[in-house]
Ligand binder design. Structure first.
Ligand code: LLP
Length: 427
Protein backbone atom coordinates (compact mmCIF):
# COMPACT_ATOMS: atom_id res chain seq x y z
CA UNK A 1 0.00 0.00 0.00
CA UNK A 2 1.27 3.46 -0.81
CA UNK A 3 -0.37 5.42 1.98
CA UNK A 4 1.32 3.59 4.87
CA UNK A 5 2.78 5.82 7.63
CA UNK A 6 3.79 5.42 11.27
CA UNK A 7 2.28 7.46 14.11
CA UNK A 8 4.72 9.06 16.62
CA UNK A 9 4.17 6.15 19.02
CA UNK A 10 4.96 3.67 16.24
CA UNK A 11 1.56 2.35 15.15
CA UNK A 12 1.02 2.07 11.43
CA UNK A 13 -1.64 4.03 9.58
CA UNK A 14 -2.93 3.27 6.13
CA UNK A 15 -5.07 5.65 4.13
CA UNK A 16 -4.89 7.91 7.18
CA UNK A 17 -6.33 5.29 9.57
CA UNK A 18 -4.59 3.65 12.50
CA UNK A 19 -4.47 -0.14 12.09
CA UNK A 20 -5.50 -0.52 15.75
CA UNK A 21 -8.70 1.29 14.91
CA UNK A 22 -9.22 -0.97 11.88
CA UNK A 23 -8.71 -4.08 14.00
CA UNK A 24 -11.07 -2.77 16.66
CA UNK A 25 -13.77 -1.81 14.19
CA UNK A 26 -13.60 -4.67 11.69
CA UNK A 27 -11.88 -7.45 13.60
CA UNK A 28 -9.00 -9.65 12.51
CA UNK A 29 -7.96 -11.24 10.31
CA UNK A 30 -8.86 -8.69 7.68
CA UNK A 31 -7.56 -7.74 4.26
CA UNK A 32 -6.96 -4.00 4.22
CA UNK A 33 -7.00 -2.59 0.70
CA UNK A 34 -5.72 0.87 -0.13
CA UNK A 35 -8.17 2.24 -2.68
CA UNK A 36 -5.95 5.22 -3.49
CA UNK A 37 -3.11 2.88 -4.36
CA UNK A 38 -5.38 0.61 -6.40
CA UNK A 39 -6.65 3.51 -8.47
CA UNK A 40 -3.14 4.92 -8.89
CA UNK A 41 -1.90 1.58 -10.22
CA UNK A 42 -4.84 1.37 -12.63
CA UNK A 43 -4.01 4.83 -13.93
CA UNK A 44 -0.30 4.02 -14.18
CA UNK A 45 -1.07 0.98 -16.36
CA UNK A 46 -3.68 2.86 -18.39
CA UNK A 47 -1.37 5.81 -19.01
CA UNK A 48 1.62 3.60 -19.76
CA UNK A 49 -0.22 1.71 -22.49
CA UNK A 50 -2.06 4.73 -23.88
CA UNK A 51 -5.12 5.08 -26.06
CA UNK A 52 -4.03 2.61 -28.72
CA UNK A 53 -3.75 -0.34 -26.32
CA UNK A 54 -6.04 -1.97 -23.75
CA UNK A 55 -5.41 -3.03 -20.19
CA UNK A 56 -7.63 -5.88 -19.02
CA UNK A 57 -7.45 -6.35 -15.25
CA UNK A 58 -7.39 -10.09 -14.50
CA UNK A 59 -10.34 -10.54 -12.14
CA UNK A 60 -9.05 -13.87 -10.85
CA UNK A 61 -6.49 -11.98 -8.75
CA UNK A 62 -9.28 -10.35 -6.72
CA UNK A 63 -12.75 -9.28 -7.75
CA UNK A 64 -15.72 -7.69 -6.04
CA UNK A 65 -18.22 -5.05 -7.07
CA UNK A 66 -16.25 -2.12 -5.65
CA UNK A 67 -13.20 -3.21 -7.65
CA UNK A 68 -15.30 -3.44 -10.82
CA UNK A 69 -16.53 0.14 -10.29
CA UNK A 70 -12.97 1.42 -9.72
CA UNK A 71 -11.78 -0.33 -12.88
CA UNK A 72 -14.66 1.15 -14.82
CA UNK A 73 -13.97 4.63 -13.53
CA UNK A 74 -10.22 4.36 -14.20
CA UNK A 75 -10.74 3.21 -17.79
CA UNK A 76 -9.60 -0.40 -17.54
CA UNK A 77 -11.18 -3.44 -19.13
CA UNK A 78 -11.80 -6.68 -17.28
CA UNK A 79 -10.83 -10.29 -17.90
CA UNK A 80 -13.20 -12.81 -16.30
CA UNK A 81 -12.82 -16.57 -16.29
CA UNK A 82 -16.07 -17.91 -14.84
CA UNK A 83 -19.80 -17.28 -14.65
CA UNK A 84 -19.31 -15.91 -11.14
CA UNK A 85 -16.75 -13.35 -12.26
CA UNK A 86 -18.92 -12.45 -15.23
CA UNK A 87 -21.95 -11.91 -12.97
CA UNK A 88 -19.88 -9.73 -10.64
CA UNK A 89 -18.59 -7.65 -13.56
CA UNK A 90 -21.98 -7.15 -15.19
CA UNK A 91 -23.76 -6.69 -11.86
CA UNK A 92 -21.44 -3.84 -10.92
CA UNK A 93 -21.97 -2.07 -14.23
CA UNK A 94 -18.91 -2.92 -16.30
CA UNK A 95 -20.01 -2.41 -19.91
CA UNK A 96 -20.09 -5.82 -21.59
CA UNK A 97 -17.95 -4.68 -24.49
CA UNK A 98 -15.09 -4.07 -22.03
CA UNK A 99 -15.22 -7.64 -20.71
CA UNK A 100 -13.19 -10.60 -22.02
CA UNK A 101 -14.15 -14.17 -21.14
CA UNK A 102 -11.37 -16.69 -20.57
CA UNK A 103 -11.16 -20.32 -19.51
CA UNK A 104 -10.07 -23.70 -20.82
CA UNK A 105 -13.43 -25.33 -20.16
CA UNK A 106 -16.16 -22.72 -20.34
CA UNK A 107 -19.58 -24.21 -19.75
CA UNK A 108 -22.40 -23.83 -22.24
CA UNK A 109 -24.14 -21.65 -19.67
CA UNK A 110 -21.09 -19.38 -19.32
CA UNK A 111 -20.78 -19.09 -23.10
CA UNK A 112 -24.46 -18.24 -23.50
CA UNK A 113 -24.41 -15.62 -20.79
CA UNK A 114 -21.28 -14.01 -22.20
CA UNK A 115 -22.50 -13.97 -25.79
CA UNK A 116 -25.98 -12.91 -24.68
CA UNK A 117 -24.57 -10.03 -22.65
CA UNK A 118 -22.47 -8.91 -25.60
CA UNK A 119 -18.99 -9.29 -24.13
CA UNK A 120 -16.33 -7.66 -26.24
CA UNK A 121 -14.11 -10.70 -26.44
CA UNK A 122 -14.19 -14.43 -25.89
CA UNK A 123 -10.79 -16.06 -25.82
CA UNK A 124 -11.21 -19.43 -27.50
CA UNK A 125 -9.19 -22.21 -25.96
CA UNK A 126 -10.02 -25.45 -27.81
CA UNK A 127 -11.47 -26.86 -31.03
CA UNK A 128 -14.69 -27.84 -29.25
CA UNK A 129 -15.10 -24.34 -27.94
CA UNK A 130 -14.80 -22.82 -31.40
CA UNK A 131 -17.89 -24.78 -32.40
CA UNK A 132 -19.77 -24.12 -29.17
CA UNK A 133 -19.27 -20.37 -29.27
CA UNK A 134 -20.05 -20.25 -33.00
CA UNK A 135 -23.31 -22.18 -32.52
CA UNK A 136 -24.33 -20.04 -29.57
CA UNK A 137 -23.61 -16.81 -31.40
CA UNK A 138 -25.47 -18.03 -34.49
CA UNK A 139 -28.47 -19.04 -32.39
CA UNK A 140 -28.50 -15.66 -30.66
CA UNK A 141 -28.11 -13.93 -34.00
CA UNK A 142 -24.85 -12.13 -33.21
CA UNK A 143 -21.33 -12.07 -34.57
CA UNK A 144 -19.06 -12.69 -31.57
CA UNK A 145 -15.61 -11.16 -31.47
CA UNK A 146 -13.07 -13.80 -30.45
CA UNK A 147 -9.36 -14.21 -29.94
CA UNK A 148 -7.56 -17.52 -30.11
CA UNK A 149 -5.35 -18.51 -27.22
CA UNK A 150 -2.17 -20.13 -28.38
CA UNK A 151 0.64 -21.77 -26.47
CA UNK A 152 3.89 -20.43 -27.76
CA UNK A 153 6.22 -22.90 -26.06
CA UNK A 154 7.45 -20.41 -23.49
CA UNK A 155 7.05 -20.92 -19.81
CA UNK A 156 8.07 -18.04 -17.62
CA UNK A 157 8.15 -17.97 -13.87
CA UNK A 158 9.77 -15.27 -11.85
CA UNK A 159 13.43 -14.72 -12.79
CA UNK A 160 13.73 -17.24 -15.55
CA UNK A 161 11.96 -18.55 -18.55
CA UNK A 162 12.28 -21.65 -20.63
CA UNK A 163 11.34 -22.05 -24.25
CA UNK A 164 10.20 -25.51 -25.18
CA UNK A 165 8.94 -26.81 -28.49
CA UNK A 166 6.13 -28.69 -26.88
CA UNK A 167 4.24 -27.56 -23.83
CA UNK A 168 2.63 -30.19 -21.70
CA UNK A 169 -0.30 -28.25 -20.22
CA UNK A 170 -4.01 -27.71 -20.63
CA UNK A 171 -4.32 -24.17 -22.00
CA UNK A 172 -4.67 -22.94 -25.53
CA UNK A 173 -3.76 -24.39 -28.90
CA UNK A 174 -0.16 -25.23 -29.65
CA UNK A 175 1.66 -23.18 -32.24
CA UNK A 176 4.33 -25.79 -32.69
CA UNK A 177 1.87 -28.58 -33.45
CA UNK A 178 0.12 -26.57 -36.14
CA UNK A 179 -3.02 -26.64 -33.99
CA UNK A 180 -3.16 -22.87 -33.81
CA UNK A 181 -3.05 -22.48 -37.60
CA UNK A 182 -5.77 -25.14 -37.94
CA UNK A 183 -7.89 -23.34 -35.34
CA UNK A 184 -7.55 -20.10 -37.32
CA UNK A 185 -8.77 -21.94 -40.42
CA UNK A 186 -11.82 -23.25 -38.62
CA UNK A 187 -12.71 -19.93 -36.97
CA UNK A 188 -12.44 -18.08 -40.26
CA UNK A 189 -15.00 -20.43 -41.83
CA UNK A 190 -17.65 -19.56 -39.25
CA UNK A 191 -19.77 -16.51 -40.01
CA UNK A 192 -20.89 -16.04 -36.43
CA UNK A 193 -17.31 -15.52 -35.24
CA UNK A 194 -15.11 -12.53 -35.90
CA UNK A 195 -11.48 -13.43 -35.26
CA UNK A 196 -9.82 -10.26 -33.97
CA UNK A 197 -6.50 -11.59 -32.80
CA UNK A 198 -4.18 -13.99 -31.05
CA UNK A 199 -3.69 -14.36 -27.31
CA UNK A 200 -0.77 -15.70 -25.33
CA UNK A 201 -0.20 -15.89 -21.56
CA UNK A 202 3.14 -17.32 -20.47
CA UNK A 203 3.14 -17.50 -16.68
CA UNK A 204 3.13 -15.62 -13.40
CA UNK A 205 5.33 -13.43 -11.23
CA UNK A 206 7.64 -12.71 -14.18
CA UNK A 207 10.48 -10.20 -13.98
CA UNK A 208 12.41 -11.12 -17.09
CA UNK A 209 11.01 -9.66 -20.32
CA UNK A 210 12.82 -12.30 -22.42
CA UNK A 211 9.84 -14.66 -22.17
CA UNK A 212 7.50 -11.98 -23.57
CA UNK A 213 9.99 -11.36 -26.32
CA UNK A 214 9.86 -14.97 -27.51
CA UNK A 215 6.08 -15.06 -27.06
CA UNK A 216 5.56 -11.89 -29.13
CA UNK A 217 7.88 -13.15 -31.84
CA UNK A 218 5.96 -16.41 -32.17
CA UNK A 219 2.53 -14.75 -32.05
CA UNK A 220 3.58 -12.29 -34.74
CA UNK A 221 4.91 -15.26 -36.70
CA UNK A 222 1.40 -16.72 -36.65
CA UNK A 223 -0.10 -13.38 -37.75
CA UNK A 224 2.27 -13.47 -40.73
CA UNK A 225 1.26 -17.05 -41.54
CA UNK A 226 -2.41 -16.07 -41.37
CA UNK A 227 -1.77 -13.19 -43.75
CA UNK A 228 0.11 -15.44 -46.16
CA UNK A 229 -2.55 -18.18 -46.08
CA UNK A 230 -5.76 -16.16 -45.83
CA UNK A 231 -4.80 -12.70 -47.01
CA UNK A 232 -5.95 -11.00 -43.79
CA UNK A 233 -4.08 -9.17 -41.07
CA UNK A 234 -5.59 -9.82 -37.65
CA UNK A 235 -5.88 -6.48 -35.86
CA UNK A 236 -5.18 -7.49 -32.21
CA UNK A 237 -2.57 -9.22 -30.10
CA UNK A 238 -2.82 -9.93 -26.36
CA UNK A 239 0.31 -10.87 -24.44
CA UNK A 240 -1.50 -11.87 -21.22
CA UNK A 241 -0.55 -11.03 -17.67
CA UNK A 242 2.05 -12.35 -15.29
CA UNK A 243 4.11 -9.29 -14.38
CA UNK A 244 5.81 -9.73 -11.04
CA UNK A 245 5.50 -7.71 -7.85
CA UNK A 246 7.71 -7.29 -4.78
CA UNK A 247 6.73 -9.77 -2.09
CA UNK A 248 10.01 -9.24 -0.25
CA UNK A 249 12.76 -6.65 -0.55
CA UNK A 250 14.64 -9.00 -2.88
CA UNK A 251 12.11 -8.57 -5.69
CA UNK A 252 12.57 -5.59 -7.97
CA UNK A 253 9.62 -5.20 -10.33
CA UNK A 254 9.66 -2.90 -13.36
CA UNK A 255 7.35 0.10 -13.63
CA UNK A 256 4.28 -0.14 -15.91
CA UNK A 257 5.78 2.53 -18.14
CA UNK A 258 8.93 0.46 -18.76
CA UNK A 259 6.92 -2.72 -19.23
CA UNK A 260 4.65 -1.01 -21.76
CA UNK A 261 7.61 0.40 -23.65
CA UNK A 262 9.38 -2.96 -23.74
CA UNK A 263 6.27 -4.80 -24.98
CA UNK A 264 5.49 -2.17 -27.60
CA UNK A 265 9.07 -2.18 -28.85
CA UNK A 266 9.10 -5.95 -29.13
CA UNK A 267 5.78 -6.11 -30.99
CA UNK A 268 6.66 -3.20 -33.29
CA UNK A 269 10.04 -4.68 -34.17
CA UNK A 270 8.62 -8.12 -34.89
CA UNK A 271 5.80 -6.67 -37.00
CA UNK A 272 8.17 -4.53 -39.01
CA UNK A 273 10.31 -7.59 -39.60
CA UNK A 274 7.28 -9.45 -40.94
CA UNK A 275 5.97 -6.45 -42.91
CA UNK A 276 2.76 -6.42 -40.88
CA UNK A 277 0.83 -3.40 -39.63
CA UNK A 278 1.31 -3.15 -35.84
CA UNK A 279 -1.81 -4.63 -34.22
CA UNK A 280 -3.62 -3.19 -31.22
CA UNK A 281 -1.90 -4.52 -28.11
CA UNK A 282 -3.59 -5.63 -24.91
CA UNK A 283 -2.32 -7.03 -21.63
CA UNK A 284 -3.96 -8.67 -18.61
CA UNK A 285 -2.22 -7.77 -15.37
CA UNK A 286 -3.89 -8.97 -12.18
CA UNK A 287 -1.27 -9.31 -9.48
CA UNK A 288 0.69 -6.24 -10.62
CA UNK A 289 -2.35 -4.05 -10.03
CA UNK A 290 -4.00 -5.44 -6.92
CA UNK A 291 -1.20 -7.40 -5.25
CA UNK A 292 0.68 -4.55 -3.59
CA UNK A 293 -2.48 -2.63 -2.65
CA UNK A 294 -3.55 -4.81 0.27
CA UNK A 295 -2.10 -6.36 3.41
CA UNK A 296 -3.55 -8.88 5.80
CA UNK A 297 -3.98 -7.71 9.37
CA UNK A 298 -3.68 -10.49 11.97
CA UNK A 299 -3.69 -10.60 15.75
CA UNK A 300 -1.03 -12.61 17.53
CA UNK A 301 -2.37 -15.42 19.72
CA UNK A 302 0.03 -17.98 21.13
CA UNK A 303 3.81 -18.05 20.89
CA UNK A 304 6.08 -21.07 21.22
CA UNK A 305 9.81 -20.73 21.48
CA UNK A 306 11.74 -23.74 20.24
CA UNK A 307 15.09 -23.36 21.92
CA UNK A 308 17.90 -22.72 19.46
CA UNK A 309 15.52 -22.95 16.50
CA UNK A 310 12.81 -20.31 16.19
CA UNK A 311 9.66 -18.96 17.72
CA UNK A 312 6.33 -20.06 16.31
CA UNK A 313 4.01 -17.07 16.28
CA UNK A 314 0.38 -18.11 15.77
CA UNK A 315 -2.06 -15.68 14.22
CA UNK A 316 -5.84 -15.81 13.97
CA UNK A 317 -5.92 -16.77 10.26
CA UNK A 318 -3.59 -18.85 8.12
CA UNK A 319 -3.79 -21.07 5.07
CA UNK A 320 -7.53 -20.40 4.72
CA UNK A 321 -6.85 -16.71 3.96
CA UNK A 322 -3.44 -17.15 2.31
CA UNK A 323 -2.78 -20.53 0.73
CA UNK A 324 0.13 -19.26 -1.33
CA UNK A 325 2.90 -20.05 1.15
CA UNK A 326 1.74 -23.66 1.53
CA UNK A 327 0.87 -24.09 -2.14
CA UNK A 328 3.73 -22.36 -3.93
CA UNK A 329 6.33 -21.91 -1.23
CA UNK A 330 5.64 -18.22 -1.71
CA UNK A 331 7.66 -15.75 0.31
CA UNK A 332 6.10 -12.95 2.32
CA UNK A 333 7.35 -10.42 4.80
CA UNK A 334 5.65 -9.46 8.05
CA UNK A 335 5.80 -6.51 10.42
CA UNK A 336 4.58 -5.59 13.88
CA UNK A 337 2.20 -2.72 13.18
CA UNK A 338 0.37 -1.90 16.42
CA UNK A 339 3.43 -0.35 18.09
CA UNK A 340 7.13 0.07 17.64
CA UNK A 341 9.45 -2.08 19.71
CA UNK A 342 12.98 -1.54 20.96
CA UNK A 343 13.39 -5.31 21.55
CA UNK A 344 16.02 -7.30 19.67
CA UNK A 345 14.93 -9.36 16.67
CA UNK A 346 13.76 -12.91 17.15
CA UNK A 347 13.73 -15.50 14.37
CA UNK A 348 10.07 -16.32 13.89
CA UNK A 349 7.74 -18.40 11.80
CA UNK A 350 4.27 -16.94 11.46
CA UNK A 351 1.74 -19.76 11.38
CA UNK A 352 -2.02 -19.97 11.27
CA UNK A 353 -4.62 -21.72 13.40
CA UNK A 354 -5.40 -24.62 11.07
CA UNK A 355 -4.96 -28.24 11.92
CA UNK A 356 -1.85 -29.03 9.94
CA UNK A 357 1.78 -28.19 10.17
CA UNK A 358 2.00 -26.84 6.60
CA UNK A 359 -0.19 -23.96 7.73
CA UNK A 360 2.54 -21.36 7.41
CA UNK A 361 1.96 -17.71 6.52
CA UNK A 362 5.56 -16.43 6.63
CA UNK A 363 8.27 -19.06 6.79
CA UNK A 364 11.14 -16.97 8.15
CA UNK A 365 10.88 -13.52 9.61
CA UNK A 366 12.50 -11.44 12.30
CA UNK A 367 9.99 -10.03 14.75
CA UNK A 368 10.71 -8.17 17.99
CA UNK A 369 11.49 -10.47 20.92
CA UNK A 370 8.88 -8.78 23.11
CA UNK A 371 6.07 -9.77 20.73
CA UNK A 372 3.04 -11.02 22.59
CA UNK A 373 -0.63 -11.95 22.40
CA UNK A 374 -2.76 -9.06 21.17
CA UNK A 375 -0.04 -7.49 19.01
CA UNK A 376 -1.09 -6.80 15.43
CA UNK A 377 0.94 -8.10 12.51
CA UNK A 378 0.62 -7.08 8.87
CA UNK A 379 1.62 -9.27 5.94
CA UNK A 380 2.01 -7.00 2.90
CA UNK A 381 1.28 -7.72 -0.76
CA UNK A 382 -1.70 -10.00 -0.16
CA UNK A 383 -4.04 -8.21 -2.57
CA UNK A 384 -3.75 -10.86 -5.29
CA UNK A 385 -4.72 -14.53 -5.06
CA UNK A 386 -5.34 -14.48 -1.29
CA UNK A 387 -9.00 -13.50 -0.80
CA UNK A 388 -9.72 -14.96 -4.24
CA UNK A 389 -8.20 -18.31 -3.22
CA UNK A 390 -9.46 -18.27 0.37
CA UNK A 391 -11.21 -21.35 1.71
CA UNK A 392 -13.40 -22.43 4.60
CA UNK A 393 -10.93 -25.09 5.73
CA UNK A 394 -11.73 -26.06 9.32
CA UNK A 395 -14.88 -24.01 8.80
CA UNK A 396 -12.84 -20.85 8.93
CA UNK A 397 -14.85 -17.72 8.17
CA UNK A 398 -13.31 -15.90 5.25
CA UNK A 399 -12.07 -12.45 6.33
CA UNK A 400 -13.54 -9.18 5.13
CA UNK A 401 -11.93 -6.82 2.67
CA UNK A 402 -11.81 -3.31 4.12
CA UNK A 403 -11.08 -0.48 1.71
CA UNK A 404 -9.35 2.57 3.11
CA UNK A 405 -9.16 5.98 1.50
CA UNK A 406 -8.59 9.53 2.75
CA UNK A 407 -9.12 8.70 6.41
CA UNK A 408 -12.24 6.59 5.86
CA UNK A 409 -12.64 2.82 5.92
CA UNK A 410 -15.49 0.76 4.58
CA UNK A 411 -16.15 -2.92 4.16
CA UNK A 412 -16.32 -3.93 0.49
CA UNK A 413 -16.52 -7.68 1.14
CA UNK A 414 -17.96 -8.53 4.54
CA UNK A 415 -16.64 -11.15 6.90
CA UNK A 416 -18.35 -14.51 6.61
CA UNK A 417 -20.52 -15.59 9.49
CA UNK A 418 -21.32 -19.01 10.84
CA UNK A 419 -24.82 -18.50 9.44
CA UNK A 420 -23.27 -18.09 5.99
CA UNK A 421 -21.60 -21.46 6.39
CA UNK A 422 -24.63 -23.20 7.86
CA UNK A 423 -26.92 -21.81 5.15
CA UNK A 424 -25.23 -24.08 2.63
CA UNK A 425 -25.47 -27.10 4.87
CA UNK A 426 -28.97 -28.29 4.09
CA UNK A 427 -28.73 -31.94 5.16
N1 LLP B 1 -4.37 -13.70 -18.09
C1 LLP B 1 -4.52 -15.04 -18.05
C2 LLP B 1 -5.00 -15.75 -19.23
C3 LLP B 1 -4.19 -15.74 -16.88
O1 LLP B 1 -4.32 -17.05 -16.85
C4 LLP B 1 -3.72 -15.03 -15.75
C5 LLP B 1 -3.38 -15.73 -14.53
C6 LLP B 1 -3.61 -13.63 -15.84
C7 LLP B 1 -3.94 -13.01 -17.04
C8 LLP B 1 -3.16 -12.78 -14.70
O2 LLP B 1 -1.87 -13.07 -14.26
P1 LLP B 1 -1.15 -12.11 -13.19
O3 LLP B 1 -0.86 -10.82 -13.88
O4 LLP B 1 -2.09 -11.90 -12.04
O5 LLP B 1 0.06 -12.88 -12.80
N2 LLP B 1 -2.78 -18.41 -8.19
C9 LLP B 1 -1.45 -18.10 -8.68
C10 LLP B 1 -1.49 -17.34 -9.97
C11 LLP B 1 -2.26 -18.04 -11.04
C12 LLP B 1 -2.42 -17.16 -12.23
C13 LLP B 1 -3.29 -17.77 -13.24
N3 LLP B 1 -3.50 -16.98 -14.39
C14 LLP B 1 -0.72 -17.34 -7.61
O6 LLP B 1 -1.25 -17.15 -6.53
O7 LLP B 1 0.44 -16.95 -7.81
Amino acid sequence: AQTVRRTPEGAVTVGGIDVRKLAHEFGTPAYVLDETDFRARCRAWRDAFGADADVFYAGKAFLCRAVVRWLHEEGLNLDVCSGGELATALGAGMPAERIALHGNNKSQDEIERAVGAGVGRIVLDSFQEIVRVAHTAARLGVRQRVQLRVTVGVEAHTHEFIATAHEDQKFGLALAEGQAAEAVRRVLQLDSLELTGIHSHIGSQIFDMAGFEVSARRVVGLLAEVRDEHGIELPEIDLGGGLGIAYTSEDDPAEPHDIAKALRDIVTRECEGAALAVPRLSVEPGRAIVGPTAFTLYEVGTLKELEGLRTYVSVDGGMSDNIRTALYDAEYSVALVSRSSPAPPMLSRVVGKHCESGDIVVRDAFLPADLGPGDLLAVPATGAYCRSMASNYNHALRPPVVAVRDGAARVIVRRETEEDLLRLDVG
